[in-house]
Design a binder for this molecule. Structure first.
Ligand code: SAM
Length: 217
């Protein structure tokens, strides 16, 4: 997705007070109050234009969805579309996922989606990858026992790096696919990046990981 700066998108985003959260740390331990129910909460980190999380929220009203994104000009699309659809089970956090453990208590998030995360191919940028061991430590702190991460990418090196990091950090890996579209699950929801890459004929890699200490042990 090429980053196209939309003038005033930050101000526009802030108009959607029912949907946009700018200080998630204020809600730590109290997310059930934000949604007004006790339904499980699933989180996508790095939502881009947000159509994945918005489509999930439409399809599964029994789950609450949160999307985190730093770039206001892309996030605005998902926010506007969710507001137009009057969805009540979705919120958007306009902050950096580096601070995740300030946002959530242990067990508050049941599932995390990482879709087409920036690969940061240079070694000196490895710490920015959302599957770096430092991030995995944070994920393990906010997920419950049996909490899951669902990961998709078109980037072979990031896939390989991530599989190794999850495995070395004691996560249980399952449903590993080296070509998701060869045997596409019926319930797959494509992200914006995914649709573009599939059109280009690229392979999509996927896996699921269960938090260390979960049922896999
Ligand atoms: C390559 S895009 C993928 C967008 C979307 N998931 C998709 O598949 O269409 C990655 C997005 O993750 C966001 N991102 C990367 N690191 C982040 C972080 N630490 N916190 C929040 N967002 C982040 C970027 O701003 C970017 O919009």
């Amino acid at each position: 997705m090429r980053r196209r700066k939309i003038k005033g998108s930050d101000e526009k985003l802030l108009c959607y007070t029912d949907y946009v959260i700018t200080a998630a740390q204020d809600h730590k331990g109290k997310w059930r109050e934000i949604f007004g129910n006790k339904n499980p909460i699933h989180l996508e980190i790095g939502i881009g234009r947000g159509s994945f999380v918005k489509r999930f929220a439409e399809k599964k009203p029994e789950i609450n969805y949160l999307g985190i994104e730093t770039k206001e000009e892309v996030m605005l699309y998902g926010v506007q579309e969710s507001a137009e659809a009057k969805l009540s089970n979705i919120k958007f956090i306009w902050q950096n996922a580096m601070e995740l453990t300030d946002f959530f208590e242990t067990g508050e998030i049941e599932r995390i989606y990482l879709n087409f995360s920036d690969p940061w191919p240079k070694k000196r940028h490895a710490k920015r990858r959302l599957t770096h061991p430092d991030f995995l430590e944070k994920y393990a702190k906010v997920l419950p026992n049996n909490g899951e991460i669902h990961f998709k990418t078109d980037h072979e090196e990031l896939f390989e790096f991530s599989l190794n990091v999850f495995s070395e950090s004691g996560w249980t890996l399952k449903n590993i696919s080296l070509d998701l579209y060869r045997n596409l699950p019926e319930d797959n929801i494509p992200t914006d990046y995914e649709s573009k890459f599939v059109e280009q004929g690229l392979k999509i890699y996927r896996f699921e990981a269960i938090v260390p200490g979960g049922d896999g042990f």
